[in-house]
Design a binder for this molecule. Structure first.
Ligand SMILES: *[C@@H]1O[C@H](CO)[C@@H](O)[C@H](O)[C@H]1NC(C)=O
Length: 255
């Protein structure tokens, strides 16, 4: 006993004291809310419709003062998220779209149905959302990231090979089946593949009202305007022929 025991205890006390006065580390997805509800006005952030009174008024003001950026009102209000609606109904908090399987006749044999703020305006500022993902046999939800959210999947049906890759380039993967849960940490590249003979589906939960998705293949090979050839040939150590081939396969299908 003596200083050998006392000093670790003292260090602990000092650390506890420091922890109580320092600001807490940021651990949430979206920022915390400041009011009970702020149901998204999904038209906020968009310029007024050309036939609206607001648009007519804005064009008059522009003519008078001869400048283009007169009022935020004329350009559409820009906020982090959506502005709050004045009138709210129960349907702003309701969405029926996750009950049935989506159509998996897509390039990758999988389809994501979001239940985010775009579908459920009542989610605005609340920092959570969900999705349903359906997979045909062999279907892949191709490697992608969510810049604003951690994702948890709950398997409804079938079995999936899932995984994410850390920034140390370690693949963390597992085969999961109906009833299982798996976590994809925020921002990390991840995927799910249905290697089973039947269809599979999951429900996803996110700590963001609008997690955002960047699908690596589409981001690099189907951006508009295109990512320059020399960037892709150097990055992937291939020729322009290979790059063009991937581009043509991933190009949006003409309806
Ligand atoms: C699914 O999508 C494919 C391709 O877009 C289409 O041909 C087919 O009719 C759709 N099936 C259903 C059930 O909607």
């Amino acid at each position: 006993m003596g200083m050998g025991m006392a000093s670790p205890l003292l260090s602990c006390a000092i650390m506890a004291l420091l922890a109580s006065v320092l600001p807490p580390p940021s651990v949430a997805g979206d920022p915390d809310l400041l009011q009970d509800i702020c149901v998204a006005d999904l038209s906020s952030g968009k310029p007024p419709r050309p036939d609206s009174v607001r648009a007519l008024c804005c064009s008059q003001i522009r003519k008078m003062v001869q400048i283009n950026h007169v009022f935020d009102l004329c350009a559409g209000v820009k906020v982090n998220g959506f502005a709050c609606k004045a009138t709210v109904t129960e349907d702003d908090f309701y969405f029926k779209g996750l009950g049935a399987a989506g159509n998996t006749s897509t390039t990758y044999g999988s389809v994501v149905t979001g239940a985010n703020v775009e579908k459920v305006p009542g989610l605005n500022t609340l920092g959570v959302s969900m999705a349903r993902i359906d997979y045909a046999p062999g279907g892949l939800n191709a490697p992608h990231t969510h810049p604003r959210a951690t994702e948890m999947v709950f398997v409804l049906q079938g079995a999936l090979d899932v995984g994410f890759i850390t920034t140390a380039n370690k693949l963390v993967s597992k085969t999961i089946a109906a009833g299982d849960v798996f976590v994809f940490p925020r921002g990390l590249v991840h995927f799910q593949k249905n290697n089973g003979a039947g269809p599979a589906s999951v429900i996803s939960a996110f700590n963001s009202q609008f997690p955002g998705t960047q699908s690596l293949a589409m981001t690099l090979f189907a951006a508009t305007p295109p990512v320059p050839d020399h960037v892709l040939t150097t990055a992937f150590q291939v020729g322009t022929k290979e790059v063009d081939k991937i581009r043509s396969r991933l190009a949006p299908k003409k309806a």
